[in-house]
Design a protein around this ligand. Structure first.
Ligand code: FAD
Length: 554
């Protein structure tokens, strides 16, 4: 059995090494058009930033080491240019000599990854995707020891990691983002703290802005907001698209999402050809719909699944949640499943719970705040998604929720998870349990909440906002027009409250819940402002970055 693999990094090399472990007799040939295989593309930004100091640490394997351990025939600088499905051959071009050869296969695995979307025309940009890219970035930065300037286009995962690492290197950075929010996968109120974080680090953030091209003086870039910015370096991180070129040439089915269609064993529409990684359509774990996710864990897992299938022991490759995490100057951002804006766009009913716990028992030194958001199906109580922003402890909480989703636990079941606790690690009621309590109260009708973005309309309709925080907290900052009745005075001041529907709130939602329970039992029509003043404030801060009409038109 001769298996050819196109692409020698995450998905391709996982397929190759797994196949060898399963079948010592298989002939396995890997074609990689670049000069490096199995390199740590996720580590590239940290090499730019000087966090990873040895370039060689990025090169996890070499063709020689893969031959020695796995008896793989790894051919670098070889581009597969076409597939002949009838003859079961591929055409391979040597990218150094230009020589062309034909190679037969019994099974073919396409692991060609994704391609960067093209930069504005006429602009000299670099991507941050390969060893060659970081070598180029390094040469520009080291040529300007007195301080370089850079423009990063796009505020997604790679754009933000690029910004952080360029700042570490002392580069003055302008971040240009077409949308009105950083890090599009998050809901806007969850992403709000990222803007403040970048601005504290001196990053010039331009939201609602695009790059038009090189500036007239040729020294920088002209932006759609009418300004020009200096740029010794322009990193284009505006996104990627699945590389389906070979699959299309071969006439394979392309899925509705734009990635190569595969079944649940990674087999394409041709029974002899498999496809894995960023170029491939995934199945959404929440809905079962086609989905694009470009993450390393899925590329590795699906590479393994393809090898299992080729070796005759197919295991269904499970669907994708899109679980992801990002560090930005000490702020940790993590998400899994669907966001609120995606649910709204799809017209899918949902419940929301925001909480603001701390990473471990508040009395033990070093507890860090975090903001959590859970999206829930109101009919089934299924968890649809979650987002967490904070510091330490964010990673394990998102992984618990992703695991709960994969295992089909309901939101209310989070109350019952028995999680490890000692004061320096967690709380006796872990933030996950607390999120479950909020969700369970919503499910049972013990509480009703309202979201920060629904507040204005509810007040226009006649609801009265009651701030149940202390007088000191109220005076330190409050939602305009709220009346202040501290929670501990509420029972004695019921007569002061209007009979109109009430919306109560505290700082993070917990005292608001107690107030809502108290008032409901006294016959009031009450809802709790979800996530309290803190979530409202994050949402309200977005109004300061909304574009002027001129900027939208630009
Ligand atoms: P790749 O790993 O991109 O490999 C595809 C290979 O195929 C390339 O080397 C390419 O040269 C080769 N190729 C393409 N066409 C041909 C051809 N015709 N012939 C021969 N060779 C070909 N994911 C995470 O989950 N977490 C992270 O923190 C993270 N950070 C990242 C940071 C950066 C800077 C980048 C660029 C990506 C990051 N990712 C991260 C994404 C992750 O790296 C990808 O999801 C993963 O590498 C995809 O694996 P793949 O095998 O599909 O494609």
């Amino acid at each position: 059995m001769r298996t050819l693999i196109v692409g020698g990094v995450a998905g391709g090399m996982s397929a190759a090494t797994r196949l060898r472990r399963l079948d010592e007799s298989a002939e396995i040939v890997v074609f990689e058009r670049g000069q490096y295989v199995s390199f740590a593309n996720c580590g590239l930004p940290y090499y730019v930033g000087g966090v990873i100091t040895n370039r060689s640490d990025l090169l996890l394997q070499t063709p020689e080491s893969l031959t020695a351990r796995f008896r793989l025939d790894v051919r670098i600088n070889r581009e597969v240019t076409s597939v002949d499905r009838a003859a079961r051959t591929v055409t391979v071009r040597d990218t150094i000599t230009g020589d062309v050869s034909t190679e037969p296969y019994d099974r073919l695995v396409l692991a060609a990854g994704a391609s960067a979307r093209s930069a504005p025309r006429g602009l000299a940009t670099t991507t941050l995707r390969t060893i060659d890219d970081v070598d180029h970035i390094e040469s520009v930065l080291s040529g300007r020891p007195d301080g370089a300037t850079a423009v990063v286009i796009g505020a997604g995962f790679i754009g933000l990691e690029a910004v952080e690492n360029l700042v570490h290197r002392g580069v003055r950075v302008t971040l240009v983002q077409r949308g009105m929010q950083l890090f599009g996968p998050l809901d806007p109120e969850m992403a709000a703290p990222l803007l403040a974080t970048l601005q504290e680090q001196g990053v010039d953030v331009r939201l609602g802005t695009t790059v038009l091209g090189a500036s007239a003086d040729g020294l920088g870039l002209a932006l759609s907001d009418g300004t020009t910015v200096a740029a010794d370096l322009v990193i284009d991180a505006s996104g990627v698209s699945p590389d389906t070129s070979l699959a299309e040439q071969a006439g394979l089915r392309i899925g509705a999402s734009g990635g190569v269609w595969v079944d649940d064993t990674q087999r394409t529409s041709d029974a002899f050809i498999y496809a894995v990684g960023d170029g491939v359509e995934k199945t959404d774990a929440v809905t079962g719909d086609p989905l694009l996710v470009t993450m390393a864990g899925l590329a590795n897992r699906h590479g393994r699944a393809a090898a299992d299938s080729i070796a005759g022991q197919p295991e269904p490759a499970s669907p994708a949640l899109g679980t992801a995490i990002l560090g930005l100057f000490g702020v940790v951002v993590a998400l899994t499943g669907w966001s609120e804006k995606r649910l709204v766009a799809a017209g899918r009913a949902h419940r929301i719970a925001h909480t603001h716990p701390v990473s471990h028992a508040g009395y033990y030194p070093g507890a860090e705040p975090m903001s959590m958001k859970l999206l829930i199906d109101p009919q089934t109580d299924a968890i649809l998604g979650a987002q967490i922003v904070g510091g330490s402890g964010v990673d394990k909480r998102i992984d618990v929720i992703a695991t709960a989703m994969a295992g089909g636990l309901t939101a209310s079941a989070l109350t019952r998870l028995e999680l490890a606790y000692a004061p320096q690690f967690a709380s006796a009621k872990d933030p996950i349990n607390q999120l479950g309590y909020v969700a369970d109260n919503l499910r049972a009708g013990t509480s009703r909440n309202i979201q920060w973005h629904e507040l204005a309309a509810a007040r226009v309709a006649g609801a009265v906002l009651v701030d149940v925080r202390s007088i000191g907290e109220f005076e330190g900052g409050s939602i305009p027009g709220a009346i202040n009745v501290p929670l501990d005075e509420l029972r004695s001041r019921l007569a002061d409250l209007p009979t109109a529907p009430l919306i109560v709130h505290c700082q993070v939602g917990q005292r608001g819940h107690t107030a809502a329970r108290l008032l409901t039992q006294h016959g009031f029509d009450v809802r709790n402002l979800d996530g309290g003043y803190r979530t409202w404030l994050a949402g309200d801060s977005l109004s300061t970055v909304r574009p002027t009409p001129e900027r939208i038109l630009a």
